[in-house]
Write a protein that binds this ligand. Structure first.
Ligand code: PHE
Ligand code: NA
Length: 454
């Protein structure tokens, strides 16, 4: 096949792709979700299962997404069509692209609500709201935010606009420029916070919690959570990596870049855990506090520590930046689709998507107040969207993608795109995509279903 080109442009170089994709990967999943689900699932054993999922399922599937994107050089829906026709397959494989787009849209809607909370906390830290505040009071403060749809709506709207401002600029003037500024800032902030936690927290206690191995803490439920999270954290199964891959220079090696991205994402998750748990333990707070861990426990801790106001501000700034770069990648695939398919300019495409994501977010936001009694499968809209996307849609999307790449897509096209010099490496990857990844996902799914029904 003759080499294709994206109408949106390409990343300036391989490192920009790595940083942009890392920006997508590193987000609320690493700093908010990973620590609290680790806390809820007992620590070390959960972390180990999570790492295995990243290595055996996440990385190989991420390579699959990136290679489809770069091969087709277009949005996820069309990319499935292009590579399927190249392989002489039915264009029905596009369905994977559609499911991905839907998952991305649903994630965006609740993601920006949580990001809105983060913005509210940045402001709170600047005001010094949490200085010497007790746990009860901080919990009440968080409740107050959740009970206030207007305040949440304001921050949610600000966040959606921030995301649109970047996406509208396009690959080079928007995404790439944001990446060049925000990613170095993100790493600098994280290093600073880690140093702070190292000097003021109970560092070893935090480490022990993250890395002690207690298999009895593991249930099939926590294995599913670990699997789902490995998809969520690497931005897999919803087309983000596929879209970013479509802007990837031809010369960059997919295997190497994907490994780097997965490594950086894991590093940030572990670093976030190492920054958060020592502070939690130093202040005798509960690591299993759930979603409130970041929004209740941490502000209390910061409020009691020397320099806490400044570092609390820096912490929430870090989370805000991370959420921003991730949300950009949630909006980009659908934007690319509207631009390519409906021949829209970026501005109207972003306006449409921003408005739709915003409106959907309002449903999530209402889960905590006016719509609290509206339940789907016994869950509020917010919990339902989180559960359905992370634990069902992303793993299923990944499963189908692995089956597509491993069993259907033309092997020569794959080899051409991966351009791996080492045959053994290729065979290893191919074997994992064909057998290990799909079987692992299928088993974890089936066992969970069985448990739920039994
Ligand atoms: N990977 C992001 C995080 O960890 C979330 C995300 C999922 C972003 C899917 C884009 C696509 O926060
Ligand atoms: Na992540």
């Amino acid at each position: 096949m003759q080499e294709r080109h994206s109408i949106h442009g390409t990343w300036a170089n391989r490192w920009i792709f790595i940083l942009a994709a890392t920006g997508s990967a590193v987000g609320l999943g690493n700093i908010w979700k990973f620590p609290y689900i680790t806390g809820e699932n007992g620590g070390g054993a959960f972390v180990l299962v999570y790492l295995v999922c990243i290595l055996l399922v996440g990385v190989p599937i991420m390579m699959g997404e990136a290679l489809i994107g770069r091969r087709a050089r277009c949005n996820p829906v069309n990319a499935m069509k292009v590579t399927a026709s190249e392989s002489g397959l039915s264009t029905g494989w596009q369905a994977i692209g559609w499911m991905a787009a839907l998952a991305g849209f649903l994630i965006f809607s609740f993601y920006s609500v949580v990001a809105g909370w983060v913005l509210n906390y940045i402001a709170g830290m600047v005001r010094g709201d949490y200085i010497d505040m007790g746990r009860e009071q901080a919990a009440a403060q968080f409740e107050l935010l959740l009970a206030d749809p207007k305040l949440m709506l304001a921050w949610h709207s600000v966040f959606v606009v921030l995301v649109m401002l970047v996406v509208v600029g396009g690959v080079n003037k928007g995404l790439e420029r944001a990446t060049r500024i925000m990613m170095p800032a993100l790493f600098a902030l994280l290093a600073l916070l880690l140093g702070y936690s190292f000097t003021t927290g109970h560092f070893t206690q935090g480490l022990e919690f993250l890395f002690h191995f207690a298999p009895e803490d593991l249930t099939w439920d926590s294995v599913l959570v670990a699997l789902g999270h490995s998809f969520f954290t690497l931005s897999l199964g919803m087309g983000a990596i596929l879209a970013y891959g479509s802007y990837m220079p031809k010369s960059a090696s997919i295997g190497g870049t994907v490994m780097t991205i997965a490594f950086l994402d894991t590093l940030v998750a572990l670093a976030a855990g190492m920054a958060i748990f020592p502070i939690v333990f130093a202040n005798e707070l509960d690591p299993g506090a759930g979603p409130g861990l970041m929004f209740i426990t941490l502000p209390v801790a910061f409020g009691q520590m020397p320099g806490g106001q400044l570092f609390g501000f820096l912490f929430f700034l870090l989370v805000g930046v991370a959420a921003w770069t991730s949300a950009i990648s949630l909006m980009e695939p659908a934007t690319a689709w509207l631009v390519e398919r409906l021949k829209l300019e970026r501005l109207p495409a972003c306006l449409i998507l921003g408005a739709a994501g915003w409106a959907m977010g309002v449903l999530s936001l209402g889960s905590f107040n006016v719509l609290a009694d509206f339940k789907l499968l016994g869950m509020t809209t917010f919990d339902f969207l989180d559960f359905v996307t992370a634990n069902i849609m992303l793993p299923l999307g990944g499963l189908f993608l692995a089956i597509y790449v491993g069993w259907f897509m033309q092997r020569t096209a794959i080899m051409d795109e991966l351009a791996m010099k080492n045959r053994l490496h290729f065979n290893l990857w191919y074997g994992v995509v064909r057998f290990v990844a799909p079987v692992a996902v299928a088993i974890i799914f089936a066992l969970n279903l069985y448990q739920k029904l039994a």
